[in-house]
Design a protein around this ligand. Sequence first.
Ligand SMILES: Cc1cc2nc3c(=O)[nH]c(=O)nc-3n(C[C@H](O)[C@H](O)[C@H](O)COP(=O)(O)O)c2cc1C
Length: 191
Amino acid sequence: MSLYNLLNRRRMVREYEDRPLERDKLERVLAAALRGPSAGNSQGVSLVVVQTLENRQAIAALAGEPDWLARGYPAWLSLAPVHLILCAEPQVYRDRYAQPDKDTAEKNWPVPYWHVDAGCMLMILLLAALEEGLAAGFQGIHNLPGLADLLHIPAEVEPIGLLTLGYSQSSRKGHSANRPARAQRVHLERW
Ligand SMILES: Cc1cc2nc3c(=O)[nH]c(=O)nc-3n(C[C@H](O)[C@H](O)[C@H](O)COP(=O)(O)O)c2cc1C
């Protein structure tokens, strides 16, 4: 599918079929994720791949899924067959930018490049999922207290959020249909 078609179809999916994901599809998505751009070629963004029911249910519990179910919402995290935890390692970037070929300006990190790189990887994952006929959804780390402890993520690694992968059983159009007018977001020559 062309990139523009993928972008038009992309939306966050929070309802999945209770169906496993083929290994080859997951492998291709993971390979694509590692092809993103990276500040200074630091390559300091990683993924934790979670597939066991036990871990998925534990993550769903952390995210408060039982409360959501009790309020009549459908299950999201526990049903999605694959969770990918997006993680960044700020120190990898600090070390890279301490190298002689980098000037000192970046050392104040006006923009934390590990977050930019993580965003790039997230976008690749969302598009690669669609290319494989899959759906994906993202939940920010603010909704996942205790995730680092559960998955033994070291203190120096910053979890960014969780991407679910699987087969969609949602017919909702999502927010993608509702985009701001271009003039609100694209400024010509000056803001
Ligand atoms: C950084 C980031 C954090 C997000 N966090 C959550 C979240 O915690 N829970 C959730 O349901 N959706 C989350 N989303 C998904 C957004 O709600 C969604 O992208 C937005 O509503 C637009 O919908 P669309 O992606 O389907 O076009 C997040 C998206 C991003 C990019």
